[in-house]
Ligand binder design. Sequence first.
Ligand SMILES: CC(C)(COP(=O)(O)OP(=O)(O)OC[C@H]1O[C@@H](n2cnc3c(N)ncnc32)[C@H](O)[C@@H]1OP(=O)(O)O)[C@@H](O)C(=O)NCCC(=O)NCCS
Length: 145
Amino acid sequence: MLKIRQFQPTDMFSVIKLASETLTERYNPSIFNYFYETFSKGFIVAEKAHKIIGFLIGVKINSEKAKILMLAVSELYRKQSIGTGLLNQFLKVTSIENLKRISLEVRTKNKSAIKFYQKYGFKIEEKQKEFYQSGEDAYTMTKDL
Ligand SMILES: CC(C)(COP(=O)(O)OP(=O)(O)OC[C@H]1O[C@@H](n2cnc3c(N)ncnc32)[C@H](O)[C@@H]1OP(=O)(O)O)[C@@H](O)C(=O)NCCC(=O)NCCS
């Protein structure tokens, strides 16, 4: 059974491992703890058979704005609505917090993620040149709530 729930400190190792397997940016492991401590409601995981198979980290930037910093689903479990479940849970959090807008950055080459976000009403707002460590460009995408 799939569970979408808030991150717990015992998930830390699995999330760091999944991030390193699925995301191209490299993150200092301490950053995960920082996000948990600053906005724990926005740190959401997908668990199946006691295994972490996806996660989303969203933060509150101010009283109106949220930002999705990371979203990833384990390759084996993609296209099974798990990303959708994580995003929907984050949308519930933004609604409870009465936030008005969500933004995020995505690689301009990451067609599947762009399609994913467009399906849920995110629009490409601008291109950010050499946004990533690799020198790749990003799109900023936003959704008004
Ligand atoms: C982007 C990602 C999180 C989507 O997760 P997912 O669980 O596979 O997504 P879902 O199954 O909920 O897909 C929902 C919709 O998104 C779109 N979508 C998802 N993957 C897609 C793909 N590979 N190609 C085209 N559209 C896609 C489809 O419209 C899909 O709806 P459908 O299944 O009815 O066609 C996942 O592909 C991933 O982890 N990618 C690697 C990490 C990454 O790029 N993260 C985003 C960085 S900003």
